[in-house]
Design a protein around this ligand. Structure first.
Ligand code: UTP
Length: 246
């Protein structure tokens, strides 16, 4: 079922996005600047509409680099996860400063828990954070925050265009979904079993478990393309996969 998710999402007061680390780091400097510029515009316009936004930023390249470096000596899972969390907070700080620079009402601190982030969303239009504790990725943090902040959908902005039945890079038979239910996603990714430090799937299985139990829908899309992210944030049909949990 390739194509656009046609179902209209209602526009919530609070939106939460898991921004994969790779979305911040296009290969060319020019493309990076354009991406940050579009994100600033989107956030400014959401703020103008009085909406709230939680941005949970992934570690991307610095997480892989740091975990790779540490694993030359360490094999302890929690220690490697801690290095990954530091990288997510580095990327979150980059984004926080980029948004503060144009006068957006962004929380001045990077929260270390979703409870703290949900409380900061009562005081500021925008909260930017990274990871929290070992044992999951920022996808899981974002779904947890969506539930606590009352956002019905968590946007998973990553570096693949949709959820596929199998990895399209290795399986020519893989088919793409524009809509699916959470159990079908769990069949593909697994559910609740943590990934190894630095490993990745289209959606973290721990996040899938949180979404299923918390009745949070997921909008999975390629966040390197600001148009897709904007469509999902505005509750319009978007190019990607809508995963229904309700
Ligand atoms: P990411 O959230 O960046 O993983 O966390 P990802 O989704 O695979 O990467 P993106 O989307 O491309 O950026 C990177 C690593 O940091 C640790 C884990 O080891 C994870 O693999 N981490 C992150 C935690 O242990 N806890 C967290 O809350 C977040």
């Amino acid at each position: 079922m390739k194509g656009r998710s046609t179902e209209q999402m209602t526009m919530p007061t609070t939106s939460v996005v898991a921004l994969g680390g790779s979305t911040l780091r296009a290969e060319e400097d020019e493309d990076r600047a354009r991406w940050f510029g579009r994100l600033r515009q989107m956030v400014l316009s959401l703020e103008g509409e009085g909406r709230r936004l939680g941005l949970v930023v992934g570690g991307g390249a610095p997480a892989r680099e740091g975990i790779g470096l540490a694993s030359t000596v360490l094999s302890n899972r929690a220690a490697l996860d801690t290095v990954g969390i530091a990288a997510t907070r580095l990327n979150a700080t980059v984004l926080q400063q980029v948004l503060l620079d144009v006068g957006i009402d962004v929380a001045p601190s990077i929260p270390t828990s979703t409870d703290e982030a949900a409380a900061l969303l009562d005081e500021h239009h925008v909260v930017v954070m990274g990871g929290t504790v070992p044992g999951h990725t920022t996808d899981a943090v974002a779904v947890e925050l969506a539930r606590k902040a009352g956002a019905p959908t968590c946007i998973i902005a990553t570096n693949v265009d949709r959820v596929y039945s199998a990895d399209p890079r290795t399986d020519p038979e893989a088919t793409a979904f524009s809509e699916m239910d959470i159990d079908a996603l769990a069949d593909i990714t697994g559910i609740d079993t943590p990934l190894a430090p630095g490993a990745s799937t289209v959606v973290d299985p721990v996040a899938v478990g949180h979404a299923k139990r918390g009745l949070v829908d997921l909008a999975v899309l390629d966040g390197r393309d600001p148009d897709r992210l904007e469509a999902a944030l505005e509750g319009r049909p978007f190019e990607g996969t809508l995963v229904k949990s309700r």
